[in-house]
Design a protein around this ligand. Structure first.
Ligand code: GLN
Length: 484
């Protein structure tokens, strides 16, 4: 599979695989660890706050990616960003392995900062490897998306089993060891990448560079000081208002960015139309992730507390149920890629907003199944695992009609000079979705099982409406953007 591709893809494949193993492995047990009682070695945080913390964490990862891309472009280059990012992530997981509250928050912050450095830059280097053979780029990204998901499968199985069945320390520690494998591998095979991403892509005048570095140090110092004061009890961390505030901040960043681009971006008529299409896709993607990203929070709690997980007399870990998503991505992505080509040849390939609309409808169908599961559990005490599995099945097909396609669409629709920033905006949609998912998950779990069916049904209804609207406007919107 890899032999026709640049040798550097092997390095990135393994680095991203281990990074995602640690990322999803840790995420798989995070909410379970937070909500577990003290006797069970957990933090005894209530489900609503745990969901909010989880939302803040997963949203921050993608928010900091904006900064991570900026630092690599202007200061350290993408290769170094991966190296430092990986190191910081590894330290973060080892801090989490101590499983006390101080190291817990510090560990999460390290993982956020490290992932913000690593994730956008490793994706950018993939593109950079295909400078001379553009026609293979899409296949390269498909292989890369597979490495992400192979890593998640490993993470859910290994960290999930160790964390839930042996002890939380081991689950988080295993995530750290996984990242260490990725890092060592990266250091030894980094030369395969050649010159790609070795230097910053933007050359700054010495003075400006110095000023920016000093500001970055100052910013990190202030940020760390505030955090340490919080950790040592000088202020209290209340996750729910912070999650609400973060939602407003992310929406404002997106609004300001799009407005700025319209007013000062020197866009011509054609570019303007394409940016409006990107804005519509931005909303579609944020909507999608706000449902999908409840996998690690409300769905995970549902798996743990209200799902019958016993096979052959053995109760498997709750986080294992999440593994269906990455497994299906690996199996289905070649078929989906083929489906679009097949339809394209017959001039039947659906437009982008149509595919996004379809993604939202599939997401809604997934929510109908978990709502049924929650009702079953209310009657019988526990629900069969099939309800969650059906939910994940539909959510995964939805992911595939939207996520890899969205990534390619951003690079094709953005004006060349703004591609980097627009990738950041794409991740901002993930960030917005993740924080809303955290808040929704809180609403789903605040009365345990009782609050689940109504919230899940509500999400299903609202996202079907949003999906239908996208499908209805898809034709006129597409004609307006692409037909002269
Ligand atoms: N599963 C993909 C990844 O981990 C996409 C996640 C997202 O954009 N929210 O890279």
């Amino acid at each position: 599979m890899l032999q026709n591709h640049p040798i550097g893809l092997r390095t990135l494949f393994l680095t991203e695989m281990w990074e995602r193993m640690s990322f999803y492995g840790m995420r798989g047990i995070l909410v379970l660890f937070m909500t577990a009682s003290l006797i069970d070695g957990g933090l005894a945080i209530d489900a609503v706050s745990a969901s909010a913390i989880y939302g803040i964490y997963s949203s921050s990862v993608y928010l900091v990616a904006l900064l991570g891309g900026w630092i690599a472009d202007r200061h350290i280059g993408q290769q170094n960003a991966i190296l430092y990012g990986g190191l910081v992530i590894m330290i973060g997981h080892f801090l989490l392995a101590f499983t006390n509250i101080e190291t817990f928050y510090l560990g999460l912050i390290f993982v956020v900062l490290g992932t913000g450095l690593l994730k956008p830059n490793i994706s950018a280097i993939v593109g950079g490897l295909y400078e001379k053979e553009q026609e293979k780029k899409e296949a390269g990204f498909t292989i890369f998306y597979m490495s992400i998901n192979i890593g998640s499968v490993l993470g859910f199985f290994i960290c999930g089993y160790l964390g839930e069945s042996i002890g939380w320390h081991y689950g988080f520690g295993a995530a750290g060891i996984g990242m260490a494998f990725g890092l060592i591998q990266f250091i030894f095979t980094r030369k395969n990448l050649g010159e790609v991403g070795i230097k910053p892509s933007i050359e700054l005048p010495k003075n400006k560079k110095k000023k920016e570095i000093i500001s970055l140090y100052l910013l990190s110092f202030v940020f760390m000081a505030i955090l340490l004061m919080g950790i040592f009890g000088f202020w209290t961390f209340d996750p729910i208002p912070i999650a609400n505030a973060l939602t407003v901040i992310i929406i404002s960043i997106a609004a300001i960015y799009f407005l700025y681009l319209f007013i000062f971006g020197n866009l011509n008529e054609d570019e303007r139309k394409k940016i409006i299409l990107i804005l519509v896709l931005f909303f579609g993607a944020a909507f999608f992730w706000s449902g999908f990203d409840q996998a690690g929070s409300s769905f995970n709690i549902f798996a743990k507390e209200y799902t019958d997980r016993i096979v052959f007399g053995w109760e498997y870990p709750a986080s294992w149920l999440q593994v269906l998503n990455p497994i299906l991505v690996v199996i289905l992505s070649p078929f989906m890629a083929y489906l679009w080509i097949f339809l394209g040849k017959r001039m039947l390939d659906p437009s982008l907003p149509f595919k996004f609309g379809l993604g939202l409808i599939l997401m809604a169908i997934g929510f109908i199944f978990i709502a049924i599961g929650a009702n079953v559990a209310m009657q019988d005490g526990l629900a069969g695992a099939r309800w969650l599995l059906l939910t994940y099945l539909f959510h995964t097909i939805g992911e595939l009609t939207l996520s890899p396609i969205g990534l390619a669409a951003i690079s094709n629709l953005s004006p060349k000079r703004y591609v980097g920033q627009m990738m950041g905006i794409w991740f901002l949609a993930s960030s917005l979705g993740a924080i809303i998912a955290g808040l929704l998950s809180g609403q789903a779990t605040y009365e345990g099982l009782n609050s689940m069916p109504s919230l899940f049904n509500k999400v299903a209804i609202i996202s079907s409406i949003a999906g239908l609207v996208l499908i209805l406007i898809s034709k006129p919107l597409n004609n307006w953007v692409f037909k002269k």
